[in-house]
Design a protein around this ligand. Sequence first.
Ligand code: NAD
Ligand code: MG
Length: 392
Amino acid sequence: MIGLTILGSTGSIGVSTLDVVARHPGQYRVEALTANRDVERLLAQCIEFHPAYAVMADPDAALLLERRIRDAGLAVEVLAGVEGLEQVASMDSVQYVMAAIVGAAGLLPTLAAARSGKRVLLANKEALVVSGELFMQTAASSGAEILPIDSEHNAVFQCMPEGFREGLDQVGVTRILLTASGGPFRTLPLDQLQGVTPDQACAHPNWEMGRKISVDSATMMNKGLEVIEACWLFHTSADRIRVVLHPQSVIHSMVAYSDGSVLAQLGNPDMRTPIAHALAWPRRMASGVEPLDLFEVARLDFEAPDLHRFPCLRLAYQAIDAGGGAPAILNAANEVAVAAFLERRIAFTAIPAVIDSALEALPGKRVDDLDGLLALDAEARERAEQSIAGLV
Ligand code: NAD
Ligand code: MG
């Protein structure tokens, strides 16, 4: 049996991962489950999956969980904090780590998994955006396998030829076509964007996801982060990656070859497909996802993204061009701005303004060590908070 740690097991990806695992009894042993502070849900998952460890990032929540675990008579060891997360991401009894914490909060445990040579099922794109070069080097030197869970990158991975790590030209790949649904506001009149609410922003037309990534999809910052993610995962520069709006979310991405062929991966929009793919790779296994009915889909549309409607996508390209620490600044400022929008402290349309001010204020110099990245992340958060304070 394969030992599995799920970082962020109470979230949308975490719950879908447990759903897939439960369909294959005897194949995966859930060694550790982790959450930030959702004690009730983590307890319920412990009762169902009997992990050896449960980790709460929040120390008070850990104390509470420990008491509940004891009362329930379970043999689960409770750990706390980022040290606990790093421990369960790197321990010997674990071979696969699902990295599904949201935001840069997942950076240290995800890096710990990469450092200890695990198969890393990478959903936590922010970790890669912040630490790209360091993360890929860490994985390369430990021999960790990085398998993308983000549906687009999982699709690209499925359409890529063997040997793509040597360079796209060597294997005849000319372009990566990253599809994007355009989110809930693709056609909303521009003058109404100012007044949209968090619930409207989180009502994604095709996917059910956590609130942070749902807002990122509505601003299209999600696609910007994904372009950066794809550069690292597929060893390419951003000029080889084209974003294609595809409102039906049936084609999850494509790879174009020098002979004119374009390979696509299709399926219903359900994260259990990429999760099952990465758990079973190089084999295949059932995921519980409904088979795709092309007659029901009936048509597939494509359009170019509008950078005027989606200034966050433009800012992401700006950060890619600037290079160095700029993607880490972009990510940190975006996390702060999205949290402020979800708390109704700023308008939806203020999100790009906050990010822009952080990118303007901080030099995007090259940072290649972890301490430097963490310091830059903290500085960008502070800068973004200051600009929010100036807005309200
Ligand atoms: P979510 O908000 O539903 O869940 C987040 C998980 O992280 C929860 O278990 C939460 O307890 C944990 N967490 C939050 N803050 C934490 C902290 N400070 N320390 C430790 N744990 C913390 O998010 P999600 O939608 O499942 O997304 C998770 C990641 O996967 C994100 O990086 C997202 O971009 C990526 N992703 C999600 C989807 C999707 O369909 N949901 C698709 C592609 C990529
Ligand atoms: Mg995605």
